[in-house]
Ligand binder design. Structure first.
Ligand SMILES: Nc1ncnc2c1ncn2[C@@H]1O[C@H](COP(=O)(O)OP(=O)(O)OP(=O)(O)O)[C@@H](O)[C@H]1O
Length: 473
């Protein structure tokens, strides 16, 4: 099928069917227009515009019932975005000028100026296309801009993926469906959940429950509440967390640790939107945005049967996976600076200056505890700190790096990697060549910093320097 040109139809309005048809044929042959509507009764135009999007109108001035000039003012009033070109007779120039003042896009004398008319229509169409493109680009640009960046200000990041998570959160803000946030421990799931709350239900309460370690009864009691006398010890009626979260956000953390019985209770709540407080047979409605978080691999758990499939799919309506710190190393210096300031403020100290090497050293570390781990390293270092420049010692200690010892994070990686993950060539290279490769890799990881490369290799900086000199000679 031929592509429609223009994308939105051109509307020709003239009471003379013969002229109307000949103009249509002319436009098709000379301008390539294959998307047009002919209309010979001006009274039908407004209704047609209400029904259908039109790109451009060519309007005759002399028409019975509703003149071109009258119709133009109605179009300008009701559909100001649709451009109108006026087609006038030779003796109607005054009217045509009035029409321009009314808001017509252009006008042409109908009988004598075929070529000019066609050129004018081409121009108008180009203008429309440009306008459309501008609108599309603007919409795309707008989509890249956060509507409320201030609501994400607590999450320090310069990472592109994190920004797209923020955009996603804004996009699903109005949805009643739950949001599932996954990611390793300490990546900031709770901070992101709070941002969901700020964006979706800022006026309502924020109620957080960590469900790890709750037995089935405590889970039900905490969430659903109970009536007086519901069980021994229930001396008075107590509202559950779901009720406390009404009009706000209920955050259920560590959802991957729920027992099978509690999973059934949660499924029922999410499916029916209702629950019964313990001891009551009157249902209450869930009236809160629900956000779940876990550092467990729920997909693997549902495949192995450890997590209910139906619940998994129910929770998955909107899913946000937060990348670990080691996959967004550009955030390291930002977070380092942020926590240095915070730690200094809370300890009543002046913010210390970190040595330049610190960010490089930290970038070589695996950070199994992610941002929480970085935060406590910085707080530790600042509390021990005296003088102006921050010492690297406590960081080195924290990442398990004593003399000749590999970094703790790399040690973990090496231990968890089986030897088959190193792809050895069929013929092993001589030891010297392998050692050179190892040194080159350590220098790459430490961004050329020999002190840190030496630590990664478990040798002294002097030994590394000697080795490099030997390589060059
Ligand atoms: N991008 C960030 N900017 C500033 N602080 C952050 C950021 N991400 C995490 N934090 C801080 O790191 C700590 C851990 O974050 P949070 O509790 O949100 O992690 P989590 O993923 O929920 O961890 P867990 O799985 O252990 O519950 C908090 O003190 C939090 O304020």
């Amino acid at each position: 099928m031929a592509k429609k040109y223009p994308l939105l139809p051109l509307l020709l309005v003239d009471d003379e069917p013969v002229w109307l048809h000949s103009l249509a044929v002319n436009l098709k042959l000379n301008v390539g227009i294959n998307n047009l509507i002919e209309c010979s009764d001006s009274r039908d135009v407004l209704e047609l515009l209400d029904r259908q999007e039109i790109g451009l109108i060519l309007l005759d001035l002399t028409m019975p019932h509703l003149s071109g000039e009258e119709l133009l003012s109605l179009i300008v009033e009701n559909h100001p975005a649709v451009p109108v070109i006026i087609l006038s007779g030779l003796n109607q120039l005054e009217t045509a000028v009035r029409c321009m003042r009314l808001g017509a896009f252009d006008y042409f004398v109908k009988t004598t100026e075929q070529e000019r008319l066609l050129a004018g229509i081409r121009r108008a169409l180009n203008h429309m296309e440009l306008e459309r493109e501008n609108r599309t680009l603007k919409a795309q640009f707008m989509r890249h801009e956060l509507q409320h960046p201030e609501l994400f200000a607590a999450i320090i990041t310069g990472n592109k993926h994190m920004r797209s998570i923020f955009q996603y959160i804004e996009a699903v803000a109005g949805s009643p469906e739950p949001v599932l946030i996954t990611g390793e421990s300490g990546v900031g799931k709770e901070l992101v959940a709070k941002a969901v709350h700020q964006v979706s239900t800022p006026e309502g309460p924020w109620v957080a429950v960590n469900v790890a370690g709750l037995d089935d009864n405590t889970f039900a009691d905490t969430l659903f509440g109970h009536t007086r006398g519901a069980y021994t010890g229930a001396d008075s009626q107590r509202a559950g967390m779901i009720e406390k979260a009404t009009s706000g956000t209920l955050f259920l953390d560590e959802i991957g640790d729920l027992s099978p019985t509690s999973q059934v209770k949660l499924l029922r709540l999410m499916q029916e939107g209702e629950y019964f407080p313990l001891g009551s047979d009157t249902a209450k409605r869930l009236q809160a945005r629900v956000v779940f978080a876990t550092n467990r691999d729920l997909a693997a758990m549902q495949s192995s049967g450890a997590f209910r499939k139906d619940l998994y799919y129910r929770l998955h309506a909107h899913h946000v996976q937060i990348p670990p710190l080691r996959e967004r190393l550009e955030d390291l210096p930002l977070l380092l600076d942020f926590f240095l300031q915070k730690a200094a403020d809370s300890l009543g100290k002046k913010k210390p200056t970190p040595p330049e090497e610190l960010a490089v050293l930290l970038a070589t570390y695996y950070f199994p505890g992610n941002i929480r781990e970085l935060r406590s390293m910085v707080y530790d270092a600042v509390s021990l700190h005296q003088g102006r420049k921050l010492s690297m010692d406590s960081f080195k200690q924290a990442i398990g790096y004593g003399d000749g010892e590999p970094l703790e994070g790399s040690k973990q990686e090496i231990e968890s990697a089986s030897s088959t993950e190193f792809i050895f060539p069929e013929r092993l290279p001589p030891l010297k060549q392998a050692a050179d490769l190892w040194v080159a890799e350590a220098l790459r990881r430490s961004q050329g910093n020999q002190n840190i490369a030496a630590q990664l290799l478990g040798i002294s900086p002097q030994a590394l320097s000697k080795r490099l000199k030997k390589q060059q000679s």
